[in-house]
Design a protein around this ligand. Structure first.
Ligand code: NAP
Length: 511
C-alpha cells in the first residue's frame, strides 16, 4: 500500500474525524469565553474561527464528500462576497450585516433539508424507500444507530429508510430555517431603510394569519414525517414558513429590531443544530446549539432591557409600535431649549466633582470615542471622577458602545451597566450625553402612548445638570421627541459629536 493511500485512509478514519471535531468544539467554547469581555473579544473571535475551519476540514475529509468542483465554487463565491462585505461594512451598519449573514445561514439549512428530502425519493417514510447512497443520514443498525450512510454496507442503503427522528429534525430545520431566512431579510430591509421602519401589519387579523401559517406549515411537516410522497407538500411547507417569517417581522417597529435580530439568530442556530442531528454531523449540532443557546440568552437580555415580552414578539404583537416615520422633531414642543457653547460646557465640567458620560449612536456615527477618551483624561487630570453609563441597547447593536470605548482604550471598570449607573445619577454633577437620545428619553417612563413606553432608560435627569451633544433637535431611532431637552437643567451643545468633544477638551486644556 502506498504511503499516500495509507495517509488518506488514516485521515478519513471516523475516529480521526471525531478527534478533529472535539478540537473544534474546545476552540468554540474557548472562543465564546473570549467574547465575554471587550479586551479578549478579538482573540475569542479568531479562536472560534480557527475551530470552525477545523470543523469544515473534518467534514470535507469524510469520504462521502465528493463533489469537489461544486464545493470549491461555493467556497470561492462565499469568500468573494463575504470577505469584502465584512471588511468594508461600517460599524453602524453591523446589525444589517448580522441580519444578512444570519439569514443566509437559515436559508442554507432550509435548502439542505430540501435536498435531503429529495435524496430520500420524496418521502421520509421508514422502510418504503430506495435510499440515495450519497445521502448523509444515519441508519438504525443492530446495535442502534451505526453511522453515516457511506460507512454502511451497500445492501443496507437500499433497504432501510431514515429513522422517524431524522425526518422530524429535517422538517423542523426546514421550517425554522425558512422562517429565519425570510425574517432576517425583512429585518435587513428595515435596518437598511429599503423597507419602512414603521410596523407593516394586517391589523387585527395579524395574529390569526400568523397562527394559520404556523398550523399549515406544521400540518405539512407532520404529513411528510408520516411518509407523504410529495415534493409539492414540502415546497408548500417551505412557502408557509417563508410567509410566516415575513408576517412575524413586518409588523415589528424599528425600535424593537434588536430583539428580533437576536431571536432570528437563535432560530438559525437551532435549525442548524437540527440539521446536524439529521445529517449526523456533531460539529453542526454543537455549533448550532451554541448559537441557539447564546442567541436565546441574548434575546432574553435584550427583551428585558427593552421591557418587551418574548411570546409577544413571536406572536407579532409588540407592546410598542416603534414608529419612525412622521416623527415629531423640532418646533412641535412648547418648551424652551437652552443651547450652550464648548467653552461654557468646559467650565461646567471642569468644576464638577463627578461626571457621567452617556454615549449613544451619535458617538458611533461621529467616531468620537477617541476624542471622548481624551476629554476624560483631561477631566481626570483635574481630579474629576469620570465614568460611562452604558444602556444595553445604546447604538445599533448589542455591545456597540462597549466595543467602541474598548477600541479607544477606556478602562473597562469605568463602564457602568444601566442598573449600576442609575443609582449614581443623583450624586452626579454633570451627565454628558454624547449622541444618545432614545436611551435617555423620559417618555419611556412618563408617556404610556410612547412607542418606547416601559423601556428602562438611563435616568440622566436625576443628576444636577445635563449637557447633550447632538447636531439638531431631530429625533433618534424610535422617531420620537425627547422631553429631556426641554428640562431646565439641560443645555444642548449642537454639533458633530467628535468636533464638539474635541472643542470642549481644547477649552479645558486652556482653563
Ligand atoms: P438614538 O436614539 O438613535 O439617537 C442618536 C442621536 O445621535 C440622534 O438623535 C442624532 O441626533 C445623534 N447623532 C447622529 N449623528 C450624530 C453626530 N455625528 N454627532 C452628534 N450626534 C449625532 O440612539 P441611542 O440613544 O443610542 O438609542 C439607540 C436606539 O437604537 C434605541 O431606540 C434602540 O432600540 C435602537 N436600536 C438599538 C440596537 C442595539 O442593539 N443596540 C439595534 C437597533 C436599534 P442629530 O441627528 O440631531 O445629531
Amino acid at each position: 500500500m502506498s504511503a499516500v493511500l495509507s495517509a488518506t485512509i488514516f485521515l478519513q478514519r471516523e475516529s480521526f474525524i471525531y478527534v478533529l471535531y472535539i478540537i473544534a468544539f474546545a476552540l468554540f467554547i474557548q472562543g465564546l469565553r473570549g467574547l465575554a469581555g471587550p479586551t479578549s473579544a478579538v482573540r475569542g473571535n479568531r479562536t472560534a474561527a480557527v475551530g470552525m475551519a477545523i470543523a469544515v476540514v473534518a467534514t470535507l475529509l469524510n469520504r462521502e464528500e465528493g463533489n469537489w468542483g461544486l464545493i470549491a465554487l461555493g467556497i470561492a463565491i462565499g469568500i468573494a462576497v463575504g470577505v469584502p462585505a465584512a471588511r468594508q461594512v461600517k460599524m453602524t451598519a453591523m446589525p444589517q450585516m448580522v441580519a444578512l449573514f444570519n439569514g443566509v445561514g437559515g436559508g442554507a439549512v432550509a435548502l439542505i433539508s430540501w435536498v435531503e428530502f429529495r435524496n430520500y425519493g420524496n418521502s421520509y417514510a421508514q422502510g418504503k424507500l430506495v435510499v440515495n447512497p450519497h445521502s448523509l443520514h444515519v441508519f438504525p443498525g443492530p446495535g442502534g444507530i451505526v453511522g453515516r450512510a457511506g460507512l454502511l454496507p451497500a445492501v443496507a442503503l437500499h433497504s432501510i429508510g431514515p429513522p422517524t427522528y431524522v425526518a422530524i429534525f429535517s422538517v423542523f430545520a426546514a421550517i425554522v430555517g425558512s422562517i429565519s431566512f425570510w425574517g432576517s431579510n425583512i429585518a435587513f430591509g428595515k435596518l437598511q431603510e429599503i423597507l419602512p421602519g414603521r410596523p407593516i401589519t394586517l391589523g387585527a387579523a395579524q395574529q390569526a394569519v400568523n397562527l394559520v401559517l404556523l398550523v399549515l406549515a406544521l400540518a405539512a411537516g407532520v404529513d411528510l414525517v408520516a411518509g407523504a410522497h410529495s415534493q409539492l407538500l414540502f415546497i408548500g411547507m417551505l412557502v408557509c414558513a417563508a410567509l410566516l417569517g415575513n408576517a412575524v417581522v413586518l409588523p415589528i417597529g424599528g425600535a424593537d429590531m434588536p430583539v428580533v435580530i437576536s431571536m432570528l439568530n437563535a432560530f438559525t442556530g437551532l435549525s442548524a443544530a437540527a440539521t446536524g442531528v439529521a445529517l449526523n454531523n456533531p460539529a453542526l449540532i454543537v455549533a448550532g446549539m451554541i448559537v441557539g443557546a447564546s442567541g436565546s440568552i441574548l434575546t432574553n437580555l435584550m427583551a428585558v432591557a427593552m421591557n418587551r415580552s418574548i411570546p409577544a414578539i413571536v406572536a407579532g404583537g409588540f407592546g410598542g409600535t416603534g414608529a419612525v416615520e412622521g416623527a415629531s422633531g423640532a418646533g412641535e414642543h412648547a418648551g424652551t431649549v437652552r443651547s450652550t457653547t464648548a467653552a461654557d460646557a468646559a467650565i461646567q465640567l471642569a468644576y464638577a466633582n463627578r461626571v457621567v458620560i452617556v454615549p449613544g449612536y451619535g458617538m458611533a456615527v461621529a467616531q468620537a470615542q477617541h476624542a471622548v477618551r481624551e476629554l476624560t483624561k483631561e477631566l481626570e487630570a483635574r481630579g474629576v471622577e469620570v465614568s460611562y453609563a452604558i444602556h444595553p441597547v445604546a447604538g445599533r447593536m448589542p455591545g456597540h458602545m462597549n466595543v467602541l470605548l474598548a477600541e479607544a482604550d477606556v478602562p473597562y471598570d469605568q463602564l457602568k451597566e444601566m442598573d449600576d449607573a442609575n443609582p449614581e445619577f443623583p450624586r452626579t454633577d454633570v451627565a454628558l450625553v454624547i449622541g444618545a437620545n432614545d436611551v435617555t428619553n423620559p417618555a419611556a417612563k412618563n408617556t404610556p402612548s410612547s412607542p418606547i413606553y416601559g423601556m428602562p432608560i438611563l435616568e440622566v435627569s436625576d443628576s444636577a445638570s445635563v449637557i447633550v451633544i447632538k447636531r439638531s433637535m431631530n429625533p433618534g431611532f424610535a422617531g420620537i421627541e425627547n422631553e429631556l431637552y426641554y428640562e431646565p437643567k439641560t443645555t444642548m451643545l449642537f454639533g458633530d459629536a467628535k468636533t464638539a468633544v474635541s472643542e470642549i477638551a481644547a477649552e479645558l486644556s486652556q482653563l
